[in-house]
Design a binder for this molecule. Structure first.
Ligand SMILES: [Mg+2]
Length: 283
């Protein structure tokens, strides 16, 4: 079922109106700015893009990494759903697996049913357990010539505070969002991103394809279904996986390197830890 759904997802991605030449080149986007906040985000993203272009010159390699369950031990979704959702919700994942709604629509719909106060929900962020050595790892990677970017089907509402608390400044590709006590976590499509996707919010594979054209080496780390297509684009020695993604890559006979925590990925790439000895190759 999951494989079938992944294939359906792949087909939909190929038909995504956002996945065009402009997207692959990392330029363009909708350009629609509906309010001041979006204008501000556009300016921030434009600045990030300029910074990224400069960094592409400084770094010849890049690690593109998923966030929930990869940089963090725990998924925001898994922590929130059992505690704060309204009762009697439609079966959004059933509708997703039936091909009736996209992954983004399922996530956005479920998050919209969160009912608690903002302070309580923010406390959940503290339970996600980000990699404790995150800042040191990013620094070590950069010293070794590796830039780092985060790609997530989740929401910047919880990603940004975690990075800020860790003192980490990396480019993030994820959906913007805000909390409203009556509307839950309101997650929006990142319409001003060149990697926007109606299927998953951010088209992780498009981020990787773009990077493959600009960097000498591109590594990817992830753990879930939305990571599969992006992971398959990089060479096996630079493909890091755990959880569902590791199982699926193994089932497909695809090579990858298994990791337990994000620091292992960083150490392997930065050359500060064991590499091939730690690697798990799909049998
Ligand atoms: Mg994940």
């Amino acid at each position: 079922m999951k494989q079938q759904r992944a294939e359906v997802t792949d087909m939909r991605r190929l038909r995504s109106p956002y996945l065009n030449v402009s997207t692959l080149l990392g330029v363009g986007g909708s350009g629609r700015c509906r309010d001041r906040s979006r204008n501000r985000r556009s300016r921030v993203n434009a600045r990030e893009t300029r910074v990224a272009s400069k960094l592409a010159i400084a770094y010849d390699s890049i690690l593109i990494t998923d966030f929930d369950g990869t940089v963090t031990r725990n998924d925001f979704y898994a922590l929130v759903v059992p505690r704060f959702l309204e009762d009697g919700l439609p079966d959004y994942w059933g509708r997703y697996f039936a091909g009736e709604i996209t992954h983004f629509e399922a996530m956005r719909s479920i998050f919209s049913h969160i009912r608690t106060d903002e302070e309580t929900l923010r406390a959940v962020i503290g339970e996600m357990e980000p990699e404790p050595e995150l800042a040191a790892c990013v620094e070590a990677l950069r010293r070794a010539g590796w830039d780092v970017e985060i790609v997530s089907a989740g929401c910047r509402w919880y990603i940004d505070p975690i990075l800020e608390a860790a003192g980490v400044n990396v480019r993030v590709h994820a959906c913007p969002g805000r909390f409203d006590p009556e509307r839950g976590l309101v997650m929006e499509l990142p319409e001003d991103s060149p990697y926007a996707s109606r299927e998953t919010g951010i088209e992780k594979a498009a981020v990787v394809r773009d990077a493959l054209g600009r960097y000498r080496r591109v590594a990817f780390a992830g753990d879930g279904l939305p990571d599969l297509e992006a992971a398959l684009l990089v060479e096996p020695g630079l493909r890091f996986a755990r959880g569902w993604l590791a199982k699926e890559l193994g089932r497909r006979g695809e090579g990858f390197r298994r990791f337990g925590r994000w620091a292992e990925v960083a150490r392997a790439l930065a050359g500060e830890g064991p590499q091939s000895e730690d690697s798990d190759r799909a049998k």
